[in-house]
Design a protein around this ligand. Structure first.
Ligand code: PLP
Length: 378
């Protein structure tokens, strides 16, 4: 049998990884400033993470959600405290799309409505309601098209005011738009839509699948605005590669038996992975490090020739050029052995490294970008 060929592949075959480096089958070592698509948070193969999952597997790896699982309770407690959201309730699932699908469903359960407001250039995943709220007609089929979704421009105060009314079930917005190329809603705009949602009984869903779990230096990107969303969705970094997704649900939304469910979500192994991630982030003070390294890197990249703009915060950075970045990325990969990410905008390179980078890696990347920028004709 052949693989179903849906992924354009980089010509690299990783066979091992440690910290912020990945080694391929030829023994070549790459600096990972892509983080396996923003998934690697604490670092590849962190010894505490590996030990915790391995120990757990030796005890019990899986049982269904029909029994008491103390690791889920411990995770809810620790995640609540660490993120500053301990008044929220936790529902565990397996991926970002599943978290958003459940969040939209929960909003509809809560207010009985079905219209969703989402934003230009958004990405929320590929399941039915999540993909319908994603601004990419190429991945939406007639089956998904049945959802009622209205897209408006990010940071457009007047359009938000016009569109968010009593007919709206939920507004779904990324803490920072990732796939779009690291584009931020302003703090004022987040406050504006929070106010409109409250006024009209719509639920505010913050998709922190990519921008959460400390990547920006705050636990969630939206926290700098001071808003309190009704639902926050997470995945990627919380498991550092182990597939786990989560919804944090505000206390006013009441649970009923059977309203949400999953076979694999919240497994012992997933919880062990997520607990190990919190423990390492706390012990190694990675939130603070993400802020510091991000600032230094942004400072060094912003004055380079050919760079028109830098967006983002912490270790979620968009480097904007005024021409397509494909050859630049290729040069970074082949000559400097650095992985970077793309965006839906072909002129943006996305940087999403693991949180264990040090000044050495920041310098290395700044130097590589300065070499790359010299390739751009003036
Ligand atoms: N939401 C955001 C903001 C994302 O960036 C992604 C994936 O890139 C998703 C949702 C979907 O997550 P998953 O691929 O785990 O379903």
């Amino acid at each position: 049998m052949k693989l179903f060929d849906v992924y354009p592949l980089m010509p690299v075959t990783p066979v091992s990884a440690s910290g912020c480096y990945v080694t391929d089958n030829k023994g070549e070592k790459y600096l990972d400033f892509y983080g396996g698509h923003a998934v690697i948070s604490i670092g590849h193969s962190h010894p505490h993470y590996t030990r915790k999952i391995t120990d757990q597997l030796g005890k019990i790896g899986f049982y269904s959600n029909a029994v008491v699982n103390p690791l889920q309770e411990e995770l809810a407690y620790r995640l609540g405290k660490f993120s500053g959201c301990d008044d929220y309730q936790l529902f565990l699932c397996n991926s970002g799309a599943e978290a958003n699908e459940n969040a939209l469903k929960l909003a509809s359960f809560a207010n009985g409505r079905k219209k969703v407001v989402a934003f230009y250039e958004s990405f929320h995943g590929r399941t039915s309601a999540a993909v319908a709220a994603t601004y990419d007609p190429k991945i939406i089929t007639p089956l998904n098209d049945q959802h009622q979704v209205e897209f408006i421009p990010l940071n457009d105060f007047d359009r938000a005011e016009d569109v968010i009314d009593e007919s709206v079930c939920a507004v779904i917005i990324e803490g920072i738009q990732g796939v779009a190329g690291v584009i931020e809603p302003s703090d004022k705009f987040l406050k504006h839509i929070e106010k409109l949602c409250k006024k009209h009984g719509a639920l505010l869903i913050l998709d922190e699948v990519q921008s959460g779990c400390g990547r920006t230096g705050d636990y969630f990107a939206h926290q700098s605005s001071g808003i309190k969303p009704d639902v926050i969705t997470m995945a990627k970094g919380i498991g550092n590669g182990f597939p786990i997704g989560a919804l944090m649900i505000a206390p006013h939304i009441k649970a009923k038996h059977g309203m949400l469910g999953t076979t694999f979500g919240g497994s012992y192994l997933g919880c062990a992975a997520a607990l190990a991630v919190i423990e390492v982030m706390e012990k190694e003070k990675q939130l603070l490090a993400n802020k510091t390294h991000g600032k230094t890197l942004i400072e060094q990249l912003k004055s380079l020739d050919g760079v028109t703009k830098i967006t983002g915060r912490g270790l979620m950075i968009g480097v904007h050029f005024n021409e397509p970045i494909a050859p630049l990325r290729k040069h970074l990969l082949n000559e400097h052995k650095i992985f970077t990410g793309t965006a839906s905008d072909p002129n943006i390179i996305r940087l999403l490294p693991p949180y264990c980078i040090t000044e050495k890696e920041v310098k290395k990347v700044a130097k590589a970008f300065s070499d790359v920028s010299s390739l751009i004709p003036a």
